[in-house]
Write a protein that binds this ligand. Structure first.
Ligand code: APR
Length: 234
């Protein structure tokens, strides 16, 4: 059914979450018993408050995640999505992921709603650094400010350009496919609903139940994303 819908669709948008990168080796956040937030409270470590009041734990936690995105790499599924964009099978990707793996695999039209771990910037002067500074355990700018990953922390707003691109793509879609998200974080989880409200078919591919399953036209719970993308790519 999804294969036909992909063929019939004139404007297909893919919406990805952390489940898109677990097959690369990166942990997700809420998978029962192995998600990152099963062990840590995000409000205490992934928040602007943690950056300001708990900088030692903050930098140690994000150094681990920066190491993760340098040690692990996009998997076959990321490359298939990039190929599909080249072939005009999909038009864009809206991602909550900060690993940069869609772009590393060759995808061009990507709305990074939550920013990227591939870059850092100074919290004081805004100067941009490569994330390698964290690997070298360099945590300060020459101006004295703290370097932080260029991701959206809890308590911060989403980047305007990514938000607008995602909004336009969701409104234009006639097929929106969610890959690997529990759809539990706002405002990111609104985009599949916006697509649906604008007449799109909405498909959810996720190993576990999501908060929006009831709104989907098709839900696939029993197949890993990498396996499904390779099957669809035959
Ligand atoms: N195939 C299919 N589904 C998978 C796979 C896989 N290989 N691996 C994991 N999943 C599913 C899990 O069952 C889980 O429900 O992917 C989902 C990932 O959900 P979350 O861990 O909640 O990740 P996500 O939805 O991207 O989180 C959104 O929360 O902490 C913030 O900013 C962070 O962007 C993140 C946001």
């Amino acid at each position: 059914m999804l294969k036909e819908w992909l063929k019939d669709s004139h404007y297909t948008v893919v919406f990805t979450g952390a489940g898109m990168s677990t097959e690369s080796g990166l942990p997700d956040f809420r998978s029962s018993n192995q998600g990152l937030w099963e062990k840590k409270d995000p409000s205490k470590i992934a928040s602007i408050d943690a950056l300001n009041n708990n900088v030692k734990d903050f930098t140690a936690f994000y150094r681990e995640r920066v190491l993760g995105v340098t040690e692990y790499h996009p998997h076959k599924g990321h490359y298939i999505l990039a190929e599909w964009e080249r072939l005009g099978i999909i038009q864009s990707i809206i991602t909550q992921n900060v690993d940069g793996f869609h772009q590393l695999a060759g995808s061009k039209r990507v709305a990074e709603l939550h920013g990227t771990l591939q870059k850092l910037h100074c919290q004081e002067c805004g100067k941009v650094f490569d994330s390698n500074e964290y690997i070298k355990q360099e945590y300060h700018c020459s101006c004295g400010g703290v370097l932080r990953p260029s991701i959206v922390l809890f308590g911060e707003t989403l980047p305007e350009d990514a938000f607008q691109l995602a909004l336009n793509e969701a409104q234009r879609a006639d097929l929106l496919i969610v890959l690997g998200s529990s759809l539990s974080v706002t405002p990111a989880n609104q985009f599949p609903l916006i697509a649906k409200e604008n007449g799109a078919r909405m498909v959810i591919v996720n190993e576990e139940q999501t908060e929006l399953d009831a709104y989907a036209d098709l839900v696939i719970h029993n197949k890993k994303i990498g396996v499904l993308l390779q099957e669809l790519n035959q």
